[in-house]
Write a protein that binds this ligand. Structure first.
Ligand code: CMP
Length: 139
């Protein structure tokens, strides 16, 4: 398993609020290389599939509804220690607990509308990247 890749989404709130450019700038400025990038949208069915690991959690229905509410950016990122470094860059899941200067501290409003997703393991980064991108869409 490769440990130098992670997967991210810029979520519907951050896209709607005009933060795509600023977030991509932060990602690139912090040494992540973009290997794949897509502007797309998740249907409720696809959002449910992507987040199926959370299907027993009380927030699952709201999460699926929110993630299918508007367009998103999906991307595969490369950097040494990508999973841990990216989670540090985005900050805590709940933006009220995110460190100053992190992406969620700067751009997120709530735990649901928390601006970005970041993979939590090498295994999930591979699964999530494969969910959105074919071999012909990675560089
Ligand atoms: P994300 O990193 O995309 O993974 C699952 C998402 O569920 C998470 O970000 C949050 O946006 C959302 N969520 C809502 N409530 C919770 C909660 N109590 N704990 C974790 N995630 C939550």
């Amino acid at each position: 398993m490769e440990s130098n890749k992670t997967f991210t989404m810029i979520k519907p709130d951050a896209v709607a609020n005009g933060h795509i450019g600023a977030i991509l700038d932060k990602i690139i400025g912090n040494g992540f290389k973009i290997l794949a990038l897509k502007y797309t949208a998740l249907s409720a069915e696809k959002a449910g599939e992507f987040y199926s690991v959370h299907k027993e959690r009380p927030f699952y229905k709201d999460l699926v509804s929110f993630m299918s509410s508007g367009p998103i950016i999906a991307a595969i990122l490369e950097k040494d220690n990508a999973i841990e470094d990216y989670r540090k860059l985005i900050g805590a899941t709940d933006p009220s607990k995110a460190e100053p200067g992190t992406i969620r501290n700067l751009f997120a409003k709530s735990i649901d509308a928390n601006a970005v997703h970041g993979s939590d393991s090498d295994e999930n980064a591979a699964i999530e990247g494969n969910f959105f991108f074919s071999a012909f869409e990675r560089f």
